[in-house]
Ligand binder design. Structure first.
Ligand SMILES: [Fe+2]
Ligand SMILES: [Fe+2]
Length: 486
């Protein structure tokens, strides 16, 4: 099938399936003539998914309703920036902020530009009592967080020589401008943990996720308790809720823990060798969702670069190579747009780590293209179409409209690549590819049935689990089952 046709047909299919959700009932087995002509196929052995973050076994008992959530307070946050006014008062400074900055890999340090400093939260009035406020402000702007606490794991050799992110406090008093970088400096800065403010700040700088919206902190007789979440799986996204105890000496221990239901996501083209995302400091459901999406979008840049290289080295037609190159450029845009969304909802975005391998065989390519392209990215394109149509947040809807259109083109590319590969595979290899697709489809059906966080449904137009199952079943009937013959 031709590129234009397949993209247009897939788009029409997706839109009709999404519209059917307004209408009613029953699985809309919309079959678009020609759309199921080519095949997509992939491997179980490559192990793309599965539990990722090993948070390590802990002995803490579950929450079991024994934690009186109503006794916890929210922390001051203004538009997803932490408000450190109280911290500035308690530590007796005119002004306090927490800032982060990315840094390049050591090998690129010579020629890499400087990443901008991001202020994650602030309080008080900078240089309020300075005799020379202008100099004080210049000095404050120059405070670098590099060398401070590690905000993200330094990723491996991926894009733009990105090395990691460091964080530090900066504060002013009189003309004095100082940075608080190392953990011992931070301990000295906070002193005795004798307030809720110091307790949640201590947890925050220890890289625990402190929510901007949910109640998270309360005082207990021997210190403070903080409710936090950490990621335990990225496919689908799943989180573990922790109850932390923060002692007056700043020691943090986990006293209770429980795993929350999986939270959707996990669709799109993942490159071979992609490492799971390290837990970030995501604050709310939308922040987490977009931080993950941005990670996967950035990872798919590599997926399409590899696809283009492998198509070239196996002598594929120029049109396919060009479309893969264009898809890589689309993914750069998607990564930027979704990272911006993540930051808007207070989340930090990590750079993906992808271990590159040698050019692979046609069968290996076919296995990956089948699972990641024909199944996952095709389903992702349908989800994006649903989100573009249903997102209540106008900013999210606008981003999803662009992504839906591009992803539909990527799905069509996957089907066309599958067709090209299919003709070059032995009957046995073709059967293995089909088998891999069936496994991937089963996985998608299971993921679709998982519960979805409410904010994703309401604001981001993400389908409910019921709706997701309907959509996945529709694709099964319209596309995925189509090639089981042969
Ligand atoms: Fe994308
Ligand atoms: Fe894509």
């Amino acid at each position: 099938m031709s590129h234009r046709n397949s993209s247009a047909r897939l788009g029409a299919l997706f839109r009709s399936m999404v519209k059917a959700s307004f209408a009613t009932t029953g699985i809309a087995a919309v079959v678009v003539a020609g759309a199921q002509g080519a095949g997509c196929v992939m491997s179980g052995e490559d192990g793309f998914s599965g539990p990722s973050q090993d948070a390590g076994p802990r002995d803490a008992p579950p929450f079991d309703g024994e934690v009186p959530l109503a006794e916890f307070d929210t922390v001051p946050c203004d538009d997803y920036n932490y408000d450190f006014s109280q911290l500035a008062r308690e530590t007796n400074f005119d002004y306090v902020d927490f800032r982060t900055q990315g840094y390049p890999l050591p090998s690129d340090a010579g020629d890499a530009g400087t990443y901008p400093i991001a202020i994650r939260g602030s309080g008080g009035t900078a240089c309020a009592t300075a005799d020379d406020p202008a100099k004080c402000k210049t000095d404050l702007d120059a405070v670098s967080p590099i060398g401070g606490v590690a905000i993200s794991q330094p990723p491996g050799p991926f894009r733009e020589g990105f090395g990691g992110i460091d964080g530090a406090f900066a504060h002013t008093k009189g003309d004095q401008v100082s940075a608080v970088r190392t953990s011992s400096e931070i301990a000295a800065f906070l002193g005795n943990i004798d307030s809720k403010t110091k307790a949640w700040v201590a947890a925050y700088v220890a890289q625990y996720n402190v929510s901007c919206s949910d109640p998270v902190v309360r005082a207990v007789p021997d210190g403070f308790e903080i409710i936090t979440q950490e990621e335990i799986n990225d496919c689908p996204f799943q989180y573990r809720r922790l109850l932390l105890h923060v002692g007056r000496d700043g020691a943090i221990t986990v006293v209770r823990q429980e795993d929350l239901p999986p939270a959707g996501g996990c669709a799109g083209r993942r490159p071979h060798g992609l490492e799971p995302m390290a837990p970030g400091g995501e604050d709310d459901a939308l922040g987490r969702y977009f931080a993950h999406t941005a990670y996967l979008e950035a990872a798919s840049i590599a997926a399409f670069e590899v696809l283009r290289e492998e198509l070239a080295s196996h002598g594929a037609p120029r049109s396919l190579r060009r479309r893969a190159a264009r898809a890589a450029r689309d993914e750069v845009r998607h990564a930027r747009m979704t990272a911006r969304m993540a930051r808007r909802f207070g989340a930090r975005v990590a750079a993906p780590v992808v271990a590159r391998s040698e050019v692979r065989s046609l069968e290996e390519m076919a296995l990956e293209n089948e699972v990641e392209g024909c199944v996952r990215e095709t389903f992702a394109a349908l989800l994006a179409t649903h989100q573009a149509e249903h997102a209540k947040d106008p900013g999210i809807a606008a981003v999803m409209r662009i992504i839906a259109q591009d992803e539909t083109r990527h799905a069509a590319l996957a089907w066309d690549v599958a067709e090209w590969l299919d003709e070059r595979l032995s009957p046995d290899a073709r059967a293995r590819v089909r088998q891999a697709r069936n496994v991937a489809v089963q996985q998608i059906m299971l993921e679709a049935a998982l519960p979805v966080e409410r904010a994703l449904e309401a604001q981001a137009g993400y389908p409910s689990s019921h709706e997701s199952v309907r959509l996945a079943s529709g694709l099964l009937a319209a596309l995925w089952e189509g090639r089981n013959e042969a």
